[in-house]
Design a protein around this ligand. Structure first.
Ligand SMILES: [Ca+2]
Length: 295
């Protein structure tokens, strides 16, 4: 009989706890604390490359392929706050990760966060500094980013048949990613939910294909796709030396029959990519944040 009694209690107690304390800012209702962990991953596009795709959706519309050798991203101000804006935890310093290095990288963990919904999760990408910590990658790349004031640095090769172009592009832009949300169990979840004694993991995913989009915003017309293109960028190698520089892209006006700046100020391929680089940062895979361009 003792056995049955224990079994009954184990069912009843959690239900009671939920009923008595579950309300408002404490949707989990169990009290206690948990951990919010943050990681970064570049998915297959950055680890393995982007191939051709006649539809232009999962690969290049024009037969090109791109392989990244480096994809460095600088994370600042990773922050968890509740619906009232009360900050539960905030990153100090900054972290640099090269997502061309395979695997999901641990960035940081906030421990002992009260178990509840934290609906305002945000982070920022700003230039690396002398105190930035390298999570994965070559220290020489971090040194270069600090020296040049870069927040994002990518290096790679584009090929199409016998044609081959290398690139090494540094971006100094600052962007805030606020109100991050993702799909959880078929519905949109704003931020994260911390449960007692559980580590919740948020991947700050970097999407390497976005640099090659042919429009800056998704078309309001669902029949107009966003495609990946490279041919017009390839033509911007003005000195024909096989290295496509950002300065060359800055000097090449976009073909407005193929590229749509979607109302944003971008008149050259360089200007286009300086906008697109802000859209690289994501949340928990396909989840998105509200982008705020700082400079
Ligand atoms: Ca060149």
């Amino acid at each position: 009989m003792t056995h049955f009694k224990l079994f009954d209690l184990s069912l009843v107690l959690p239900l009671l706890a939920f009923t008595l304390t579950g309300c408002g800012d404490d949707p989990v209702g169990a009290g206690g604390t948990g951990t919010a962990a943050f990681t970064s991953w570049g998915e297959e596009y950055i680890e393995e490359g982007i191939g051709p795709d006649p539809e232009g959706e999962v690969g290049f519309h024009d037969g090109w392929s791109v392989q990244y050798d480096k994809f460095l991203f600088t994370y600042h101000d990773i922050q968890v706050a509740d619906q009232d804006g009360k900050v539960g935890a905030k990153q100090t310093g900054s972290l640099v990760v090269d997502n061309a290095v395979p695997g999901v990288k641990a960035l940081l963990s906030f421990t002992e966060l009260p178990a509840k919904g934290w609906s305002q999760v945000s982070y920022a990408v700003r230039p690396a500094t002398a105190s930035s910590v390298l999570i994965a990658g070559d220290p020489a790349d971090l040194a270069l980013m600090v020296e040049r004031g870069l927040s994002v640095y990518v290096k790679g090769t584009a090929t199409q048949g016998e044609r081959r172009l290398t690139f090494a592009w540094g971006f100094g832009s600052s962007t805030e990613y606020r109100d991050c949300k993702s799909e959880v169990g078929g519905r949109t979840q704003l931020g994260i939910v911390i449960k007692p004694n559980v580590t919740d993991v948020s991947e700050l995913t970097t999407h390497g294909d976005h640099l090659f989009y042919d429009r800056l915003r998704v078309s309001p017309n669902p029949s107009v796709p966003t495609r990946l293109r490279f041919e017009e960028r390839a033509a911007a190698d003005a000195n024909g030396d096989g290295e496509l520089t950002l300065e060359e892209l800055d000097a090449a006006p976009i073909d407005v029959t193929k590229y749509d700046p979607s109302g944003l100020p971008a008149t050259t391929y360089g200007g286009f990519m300086r906008q697109l680089v802000r859209s690289v940062g994501h949340f928990r895979g396909e989840g998105e944040c509200t982008l705020h361009a700082v400079d």
